[in-house]
Design a protein around this ligand. Structure first.
Ligand code: NDP
Length: 489
């Protein structure tokens, strides 16, 4: 069966191009899939445009749209195992982690299903005149281009697809060229749930070839993008000539601040999880550890001992605790970051190389790496490595901790650890980030908004604002008894 989904039909690429998808854990061939070009992108945009302008979906009652999203949640739960396996083969991540992702994805559809079905955002406005009926209503934005990365392929897609459909939009989805499978499977589930033809469209291919037209085409009303900062800047510029609505979820270089009075075991454990989960390929990874001077040596010694013990392996290795990086190119990028950090004076405490185990030689593995004695000016501290690389900086007091934490162009997430409740609240209030954890790292719920400040982007996913992102607000003023105004007499 062909892999592109356009106007309710499965189709091959017009130019007949295909791409091999290989598992990053060992290089085995997962599948050969159709690779779209600009003509396919244009066809998908036309189908979404037609479905928005003439199709039933934007005018389907909100309660019914919500019920469809709830059916999708049920189908995701039914197919959890097969979806998780496909995600793991594309990304190399552990099957158990993909299973957690699938639970989160179903919960996301369930949340937006219920939120959509509850309706109720329109309101009557007091126009100061009893002869006027004045209402503010919410409508879908239109045709949305949804562009997603490879690290959490279906999760990032769900954060966009569920609210976009809930609000009544139609869309064209372009996942990362490296991880197409769960997007293909989602199209089947949307169809099975009863979504009308043309409301959901899928093109597979590279960003420059297929993603760019989705950001430039005048028939697209909105671009929602999750990915890297450089691509985000490019997309903003590409969307500017046609003044599209843009939402950007970009990277982060997230601080994890540890004061000396912490619960030591919990803080060390979470510091590991913060940075090494999914081998650091997490936009909210706690990649900058800021630790108070008086605790530094003991904390870092323990962290390094435990980082050295992290067992790497493929998606189906039950003993593995972390998987490979996504590609050879990405590993080279991570290696260059580490090399730059060492050249700038960072002290390598562990990792800093590929694993010696010959069983891992076929995958893109990189050892959990801790770089100590880092300083704010180093590129390894400033730039996102998106790999298993922790930089450690020292601080004296609260003031210096906040200053170091905020000394970044990013503002996605951050955490503060201390048993002093007043201090944690003061620091949380001063961190410039979209999410702050106190004595925790990473958890999120679909009810709470997610997104960044500064160059981590703008717009929000999840929560009520995540649905509002895909809506326009319209004021309808109805004069019940129009009379001449005689202004020009
Ligand atoms: P990229 O920015 O390279 O790619 C993201 C998506 O954009 C891919 O589908 C890519 O296509 C596409 N793309 C690339 N160039 C263009 C273009 N000119 N026009 C339109 N689309 C384009 O990011 P990665 O895939 O490398 O993902 C990692 C990055 O994503 C990290 O920097 C990370 O911080 C960020 N991220 C942020 C998250 C957040 O919530 N803030 C969550 C997850 C990741 P293709 O790759 O197929 O060429």
């Amino acid at each position: 069966m062909p892999d592109l989904f356009i106007g309710g039909e499965w189709t091959a690429a017009v130019d007949g191009n295909v791409r091999e998808i290989r598992c990053p854990a060992d290089g085995t061939l997962v599948a050969v899939i159709d690779e779209a070009g600009p003509k396919d992108a244009a066809a998908a945009i036309a189908a979404a445009r037609d479905a928005f302008d003439s199709g039933p979906w934007p005018h389907t009652p909100a309660a019914e749209r919500g019920r469809l999203l709830l059916r999708v949640a049920d189908l995701l739960e039914r197919d959890k195992d097969v979806l998780a396996r496909a995600e793991s083969l594309d990304t190399g991540k552990r099957q158990v982690e993909s299973e957690y992702d699938m639970d989160d994805i179903a919960a996301c559809f369930r949340y937006f299903g219920n939120l959509t079905a509850s309706g109720g955002t329109d309101r009557v406005v007091d126009a100061g005149n009893p002869q006027v009926d004045s209402r503010v209503v919410h409508e879908p934005v239109g045709v949305c281009s949804l562009i997603t990365p490879w690290n959490y392929p279906l999760l990032q897609t769900a954060w966009k697809v569920a609210p976009a459909l809930g609000a009544g939009n139609t869309f064209v989805l372009k996942p990362s060229e490296l991880t197409p499978h769960t997007a293909i499977m989602l199209m089947r589930l949307l169809t099975e749930a009863g979504l009308p033809a043309g409301a959901a469209n899928l093109v597979l291919g590279t960003g420059p070839v297929v993603g760019a037209p989705l950001t430039e085409d005048p028939h697209v009303d909105m671009v929602s993008f999750t990915g890297g900062l450089v691509t985000g800047r490019r997309i903003m510029a590409a969307a500017a000539p046609t003044v599209k609505k843009v939402a950007l979820e970009l990277g982060g270089k997230n601080p994890n601040i540890v004061f000396a009075d912490v619960d030591f075991d919990a803080a060390v454990d979470h510091a590991l999880m913060a940075v090494f989960l999914h081998s650091g390929q997490v936009c909210s990874a706690g990649a900058r550890l800021l630790v108070q001077n008086t605790l530094h040596d003991r904390f870092v010694d323990e962290l390094v001992t435990r980082a050295r013990a992290i067992r790497l392996g493929g998606p189906f290795d039950p003993d593995a605790r972390a998987g490979p990086l996504i590609s050879a190119e990405h590993r080279q990028k991570v290696e260059a970051y580490v090399a730059a950090g060492l050249a700038e004076g960072a002290v390598l405490r562990c990792g800093g190389t590929r694993p010696a185990d010959p069983a891992l030689a076929g995958g893109y593995y990189y050892l959990p790496t801790v770089l100590d004695e880092c300083t704010p000016g180093m590129s390894v501290v400033r730039d996102e490595s998106f790999g298993p690389v922790l930089t450690v900086e020292r601080f004296r007091d609260e003031e210096e901790a906040v200053a170091l934490a905020n000394d970044t162009m990013y503002g996605l997430a951050g955490a503060v650890w201390s048993q002093d409740a007043g201090r944690t609240h003061r620091v949380a209030a001063r961190l410039r980030a979209g999410t702050v954890w106190i004595n925790d790292f990473h958890p999120y719920v679909p009810q709470a908004e997610w997104g960044g400040v500064k160059q981590s982007g703008f717009g929000r996913e999840l929560g009520p604002a995540g649905l509002a992102e895909y809506r326009e607000t319209k004021h309808i003023w109805r004069n019940l008894e129009p009379k001449p105004q005689r202004w020009f007499e």
